[in-house]
Design a protein around this ligand. Structure first.
Ligand code: GTP
Ligand code: MG
Length: 399
């Protein structure tokens, strides 16, 4: 993997406004794409949005729009055009010809961020595998040389010269990487088995919601947390004791909408921690305008991991920066999502489903952290008691 960076590259963002979407939603998606772009190290300078029923099979946006984008690109010396959906190999080729700058799609951008963030050799191997798998069907671009050393986002990873030889090399690479991962997987499975039979709790959630911050708070550890997407790639596991009850808590990679499938595949064993957990703690950033969609994305990813039937707690985090639009008494327009106060949200969520418990906290100001500890304690204890019906010494000291 290659990790050089050209700071301050200029990027434009391109998205489609589909029928049935709200404008707010489209803006939110592009906000997220902009955040991803910044996380990758480039500067988003303009957005292009086009209303279309479906992406144009040749050029993603319509022919007129792509011309408009092309002149903006050349007039403003844009380095990269970033598209919010995955582009097919032929779209990629066509667009590259018209725009004459580097083209990234959402998948490629996410892969690039992962490449820059992978710290352990395990994470690196996983990302590299996903990169090659993404590249294989797209080996028609004018890459200058396989594994060339040029910098810039989207350039971390392999390139190409002669397509057929490269395809073969890449297939070989993919099978080698898979072998490597298999070996590490076996080691990790053994490691997990050696951890004994403690109850296992996994923090899950959308990226940037505060999982690592909460992990640090609960375990007094020092996991890397920052205001960027995908700060965490590797899973961290810590022993946490609440009251007298010990359990294992894991923090792992955050989810995102349209997480590239290859990436989910190659991150399988990182996500084993989630799959093998006894209890899931789903963290939600309630201050985010799209938090409900984020919940759905996480639930969908959990379904893909066959982990959606586990006991789950929902933690609404960042209540310190929650805001809403108060509606006047005499305003008779229907109440919208953005008019809900925190009290309204608490009421709806607490009543909505008896299958999971909820707690509203701020990991930053530490508001309601004791409630969080208490609920965690109670839920872990339930599992513990079921597992060790005759062992009561561990939780004599109730909290
Ligand atoms: N205002 C506020 N900020 C918070 C709170 N909890 C976390 N943050 C901030 O949110 C950002 C993301 O926090 P992380 O803990 O890195 O989030 P994460 O879910 O681990 O993110 P990834 O590992 O990137 O998926 C950081 O800048 C935190 O300081 C909170 O309760 N309130
Ligand atoms: Mg994290």
């Amino acid at each position: 993997m290659i990790e050089t960076k050209n700071p301050g590259e200029k990027a434009i963002l391109v998205g489609i406004f589909y029928p049935g979407q709200e404008e707010k939603e489209v803006i939110e998606y592009l906000d997220e794409l902009a955040f991803l772009t910044e996380t990758a190290g480039a500067e988003p300078v303009k957005r292009f949005i086009q209303k279309l029923d479906s992406p144009n099979p040749r050029t993603f946006t319509g022919a007129g729009k792509i011309e408009e984008i092309a002149s903006f690109v050349s007039e403003n010396k844009i380095d990269i055009a970033i598209f919010d959906d995955e582009l097919s190999p032929s779209q990629l080729r066509n667009i590259e010809k018209v725009l004459g700058c580097r083209i990234l799609d959402r998948t490629n951008l996410i892969l690039d961020i992962f490449a820059g963030r992978a710290r352990t050799s395990y994470a690196r191997t996983q990302v590299e595998l996903a990169q090659y798998q993404y590249l294989l069907p797209r080996l028609t671009r004018m890459w200058t040389h396989l594994e060339r050393q040029r910098g810039g986002i989207g350039l971390r990873g392999p390139g190409e010269t002669e397509i057929e030889t490269d395809r073969r090399i890449i297939r070989d690479k993919i099978s080698k990487l898979k072998e490597q991962l298999k070996k590490i997987d076996i080691q990790m499975t053994i490691q997990r088995k050696n951890r004994g039979k403690m109850v296992r709790v996994a923090l899950v959630g959308y990226t940037n919601v505060g999982k690592s911050t909460i992990m640090n708070l609960l375990s007094k550890s020092d996991v890397f947390a920052e205001n960027k997407l995908f700060a965490t790639l590797d899973t961290t596991v810590r022993k946490v004791v609440i009251g007298n009850l010990p359990f294992l808590l894991s923090d792992t990679v955050g989810f995102i909408r349209k997480l590239p499938h290859d990436l989910v595949e190659s991150f399988k064993s990182t996500l084993d921690e989630v799959r093998e957990a006894d209890l899931l703690v789903h963290i939600v950033d309630i201050s985010h305008p799209g938090f409900e969609e984020q919940i759905n994305v996480v639930n969908e990813t959990l379904r893909e991991l066959r982990s959606s039937n586990k006991p789950t707690l929902i933690i609404f985090n960042k209540i310190d920066i929650f805001s809403y639009t108060r509606k006047d008494e005499d305003d008779l327009t229907p109440v919208k999502k953005e008019n809900y106060s925190l009290a309204d949200l608490k009421k709806t969520w607490m009543a909505s489903d008896k299958n999971f418990r909820t707690v509203f906290i701020s990991a930053k100001t530490k508001e309601n952290i004791d409630d969080l500890r208490k609920i965690l304690y109670e839920e872990v204890k339930k599992i513990h008691v079921r597992r060790y019906p005759f062992n009561d010494f561990l939780y004599k000291n109730e909290i």
